[in-house]
Design a protein around this ligand. Structure first.
Ligand code: HEC
Ligand code: HEC
Length: 68
């Protein structure tokens, strides 16, 4: 399996770490598939504006948001 490896652990804690604070992970919709995007401001600042504009609210407290 030299060419294939797990990038992220996929544990519940990993999901929730991001869901509790997604701003640093968000990017403009126009850049979602870009491999070259360079943020011009701090990621958290860009992401917070995107989260507010789009109403981003991932499930955290609601267990059935993920466990269905
Ligand atoms: C790097 C950040 C990040 C990680 C890691 C992450 N998520 Fe999310 N997830 C989000 C964001 C941001 C949203 C909200 C999207 C929106 O509001 O459009 C979301 C939304 C969701 C939703 C709701 C979808 C809907 O239609 O309402 C589910 C379910 C979900 N995530 C499950 C998971 C699970 C399960 C994991 C771990 C295996 C995970 N997520 C890991 C960022 C993340
Ligand atoms: C963001 C998505 C998400 C939410 C919200 C979520 N879970 Fe999970 N949960 C997961 C994932 C993914 C796994 C599987 C983790 C693994 O296989 O390592 C998991 C596993 C579990 C397990 C199995 C034991 C373990 O640690 O692997 C329990 C119990 C559990 N969740 C309870 C809850 C409860 C109770 C809530 C609500 C308070 C909740 N979960 C909310 C994603 C979520």
């Amino acid at each position: 399996m030299g060419q294939v490896y797990p990038v992220a652990p996929l544990t519940m804690g990993w999901c929730l770490d991001c869901h509790r604070d997604p701003a640093p992970h968000l990017r403009p919709q126009s850049e979602i598939t870009s491999m070259e995007w360079q943020p011009e401001q701090p990621r958290r600042q860009i992401g917070a504006a995107i989260a507010a504009k789009l109403g981003v609210a991932p499930p955290v407290e609601t267990c059935t948001g993920c466990h269905r």
